[in-house]
Ligand binder design. Structure first.
Ligand SMILES: [Zn+2]
Length: 255
C-alpha cells in the first residue's frame, strides 16, 4: 500500500499546493480521499490515475475545499475515453446522500452514472472489510460532521494510513488510530502557534501523532505563509517520530 498527497493545500490558491485530495493504492486497488477543486487534474498529473480505476471515493466532510470536484469527477466518467463498468462506491459523512441529491438537482444526468453502478453511502459507524482492506472512521471536532478515515491492508492486520480530514482531535480519533501500525496524515491548517477553532496547528498535530503512537506524521492542509521549518519545529516538539510536511505528488510507502 502506498499513499500519495495530491493536494497539500487549503481553499487558498497557491502555486505549489492544491486543495485537499489524497490517493491510496496497492494490490490493484485505487482509493481517493477528498476531491478539492482541481483534484481530478492533480490525480492525472501526479498519480497518473485513470479515473475508471478509482473504485472507492471517501469524503472526510462536505466543505467545498474537500468536495468541489465531485461533480467534475462524475461528469468526466461520462466521457467516452473514461467509460467504466466497475461499480463506484462513494462513502462519506452524514449529509453525503443529500449532497449528491443537490448536485443531481443542478447538473441532472451529467452527474449520473452511465454504464456502471454508483453507490452512495453515509458511514454507518462500524468497520467494513472492503476487498480485503479494512475501512474504519471516527469523528473529529470541526463544526460540521467530519470523519477521520483509517484504511488498513490485510483486513486490519497490516499497516495502514489514518487521514484526519479537518478538525480538532477527539478520543474516538485517538482510539481509531491506536489500534494498529499506521502513518498519520494530519491537517495543520492553523499556523505554528496559532489556535484556530475546528483546526489543528503543527504542535497539536504532533501531539496527536504522539498519542496515537503513529509510525510517521505527514502534515497537510498547509496555508500560505506558514514556513516549513517552523511547522516542523513545532510538531517535533511534541512527537519523536519522522515528520514531513506534505508536497503535492509526494509518496509514502506504507508497507
Ligand atoms: Zn478544509
Amino acid at each position: 500500500m502506498n499513499y500519495m498527497t495530491i493536494g497539500s493545500g487549503t481553499a487558498v490558491p497557491q502555486r505549489e499546493r492544491s486543495a485537499p485530495c489524497h490517493l491510496i493504492r496497492g494490490e490493484g486497488r485505487t482509493v481517493v480521499v477528498d476531491l478539492g477543486p482541481g483534484s481530478i487534474w492533480g490525480l492525472a498529473r501526479h498519480g497518473r490515475v485513470h479515473l475508471p480505476d478509482v473504485e472507492l471515493l471517501l469524503f472526510t466532510h462536505l466543505h467545498m475545499d474537500h468536495c468541489a470536484d465531485l461533480a467534475p469527477f462524475l461528469f468526466a466518467l461520462r466521457s467516452r475515453e473514461l467509460s467504466r463498468t466497475a461499480p463506484l462506491w462513494i462513502l462519506g459523512p452524514e449529509g453525503m446522500r443529500d449532497h449528491y441529491g443537490k448536485l443531481q438537482a443542478t447538473w441532472e444526468k451529467r452527474v449520473e452514472p452511465a454504464g456502471y453502478e454508483l453507490l452512495i453511502d453515509e458511514w454507518a459507524g462500524s468497520a467494513v472489510n472492503w476487498k480485503g482492506w479494512l475501512l474504519d472512521a471516527a469523528p473529529t471536532s470541526h463544526g460540521v460532521p467530519n470523519l477521520a478515515w483509517r484504511i488498513d491492508s490485510e483486513g486490519g492486520g497490516g499497516c495502514g494510513v489514518v487521514l484526519t480530514g479537518d478538525g480538532e482531535s477527539t478520543d474516538e480519533l485517538i482510539q481509531l488510530a491506536r489500534r494498529a501500525d499506521h502513518v498519520l496524515v494530519a491537517e495543520s491548517a492553523a499556523a505554528p502557534g496559532e489556535v484556530l477553532e475546528g483546526h489543528m496547528n503543527p504542535g497539536q498535530a504532533g501531539d496527536l501523532a504522539r498519542q496515537c503512537g503513529s509510525r510517521m506524521l505527514v502534515l497537510c492542509h498547509i496555508n500560505p505563509g506558514a514556513g516549513v521549518e517552523a511547522i516542523l519545529r513545532e510538531s517535533m516538539a511534541f512527537y519523536d517520530g519522522e515528520v514531513v510536511v506534505a508536497e503535492d505528488g509526494m509518496v509514502v510507502e506504507v508497507e
